[in-house]
Design a protein around this ligand. Structure first.
Ligand SMILES: Nc1nc2c(c(=O)[nH]1)N[C@H]1C(S)=C(S)[C@@H](COP(=O)(O)O)O[C@H]1N2
Ligand SMILES: [Mo]
Length: 301
């Protein structure tokens, strides 16, 4: 099949307007918090207008270690990422395992605007206007079987195109994971674009995870595999330094990184005189708190 890159689809193509609005109303009725202009902003939207960072800021200050460890390396090097004929393999405990062209994976599913805060574990943050599909919609289509308890994700490996692979800073492929209830939460999206443009390569083209209440390293880029599994999967940063980076990695101003405070953050693009701002529990997305009822957040950070 000669498939075009699915990001060519506009939201109007992907979702009849009536259905689109209806979905929004359903989400508003869920008590998910403030529905800001352009999307679901969560509780944070009630505390400050979520003013997105500029396209320039979002695409020139990145973490994507496959393309280098410097913040400007991905913008310089990620153009080499080959996103033609992208496929995503879905395997493990699903009714419909397979290797799907991207267009097949997400075709027909509702593409939504979500203006989300992004809080890196390194204590900087930005606000990004994403376009994406709820991960739940993709998993429902795959048919999650009853034994599945976690979702594991894997980034593409393109040795020729990824200079960061040769440095061996991390173990590649970059891998991440979520508990199934986190994966099914309506805030969790698979983003395919930002600022109404196809996902820039440095931000994880053609499709990447965005989990706004967790530290940025959970939001794995350029995904080629999604596995439904029974056991908690290995995750890259947790494997590297388990005392510094937890599996859950929920944004929490009360649990410091061993080497720095997580109480405040530096907003990228805030200007020379902008002061640090307070970091919010769950990055302001309080509606996820129920997922962690009864958990010791100091122990399971
Ligand atoms: N494959 C892969 N995904 C990744 C990373 C990475 O190095 N490799 N970095 C993570 C980190 S630490 C952050 S903060 C976010 C940054 O996303 P952005 O560059 O789009 O802002 O991507 C995450 N996803
Ligand atoms: Mo990060």
């Amino acid at each position: 099949m000669a498939h075009r890159w699915t990001n060519d689809l506009t939201r109007a193509d992907a979702t009849p307007r009536g259905l689109f609005l209806n979905r929004r109303q359903i989400m508003a009725g869920m008590g998910a918090g403030a529905l800001g202009v352009g999307g679901l902003a969560g509780r944070a939207g009630a505390q400050e207008a979520l003013e997105p960072n500029s396209f320039e800021e979002i695409t020139t200050y990145n973490n994507f270690y496959e393309f280098g460890t410097g913040k400007t390396d991905p913008a310089k090097n990620a153009e080499a990422l080959d996103i033609a004929d992208w496929t995503v393999t879905i395997d493990g405990l699903v009714d419909n395992p397979g290797t799907y062209p991207l267009a097949e994976l997400i075709g027909g599913l509702a593409v939504e605007d979500r203006i989300y805060r992004l809080r890196c574990v390194e204590a900087w943050s930005m606000v990004v206007p994403w376009q994406g599909i709820e991960l739940k919609d993709i998993l429902d289509r795959a048919g999650v079987q009853s034994g599945a308890r976690y979702v594991a994700f894997e980034t593409a490996v393109q040795p020729e195109n990824m200079p960061g692979l040769r440095r061996g800073v991390l173990d590649f492929p970059y891998v991440e994971g979520l508990r199934l209830d986190e994966a099914m939460h309506p805030l969790t999206i698979m983003a395919t674009g930002l600022y109404d443009r196809p996902m820039p390569k440095q931000n994880g083209a053609p499709i990447r995870l965005v989990v706004p209440w967790k530290y940025g390293f959970k939001s794995i880029k350029s995904i080629t595999r999604i596995s439904l599994v029974e056991q908690q999967p290995a995750t890259t940063w947790n494997d590297l330094a388990p005392s510094e980076y937890g599996f859950f990695a929920n944004v929490n101003p009360n649990v410091d990184h061993p080497r720095w405070s997580q109480a405040t953050e530096r907003r990228i693009g805030g200007g020379l005189f902008s002061s640090r701002q307070d970091t919010l529990m769950y990055n302001g997305y309080d509606e996820v708190a129920a997922l962690y009822d009864g958990m010791d957040l100091e122990a399971q950070f």
